[in-house]
Design a protein around this ligand. Sequence first.
Ligand code: DC
Length: 236
Amino acid sequence: MSRSVIVTIDGPAGTGKSSASALLAERLGFDMLDTGAMYRAVALLALEAGIAAGDGALIAAALDRSVLQVDFSTQPPIIRIDGRDVHIRIRDTDVTSIVSQVASHREVRQRMVEAQRHVALTHARLVTEGRDQGTVVFPDAAVRIWLDARPEVRAHRRAEELRAQGIDVDDAAVLRDIANRDSSDRGRSEGPLRQPVGAVVLDTSDLSFAEVVDRLEAIVRECLAAAKARCGGVSA
Ligand code: DC
């Protein structure tokens, strides 16, 4: 297939977007773009440069002096800053605690949107996940999906992930963190977290990880085969 086929997967934190998107992309033979990782890398850049998370202009200037690269030579792809692999470091709590604020700046979002569209030029079959992929970055994507889950389920999943990494947390604290991040992501004026109009909605609250990936694969294959309007995009 020579035409570009983009599948967007958006939704709040803790819906399992990243891991489900990675496996979905593998099954479809598509590349996968984790746009949250890109914003996390920008947050790390700000931390390392000693720039306040609220200073969009300084963060943008630091970005312009750096090379932020999504390296597709590994599976799943990893994120690099000036060649340095930061894909583990960007998951640390100091990054997580400021990323939503860093991602709220217009100057930062403009650069990320441009970089994400650039990736799509060279990776024509792409599963891309984040908060604004189906609304702002690729509104004409062939398939647009909204993943959701009840907040307490999302908090429990995130807490289990952190415990698996040896980090001691309780579900209530994680739920507060997720609620804060959701409200900040939804409330910003630039690229807010929002369900794309017409997107296919999948609530993962009562599904296992395997079931989520199976459902996603079925949705995409059905949409691409039938080019249905209900897939939330233009025909593939
Ligand atoms: O999916 P994640 O938790 O790794 O995302 C990290 C943060 O980045 C999250 O608070 C929202 C922000 N983000 C965004 O604003 N736009 C995107 N397309 C992806 C993530």
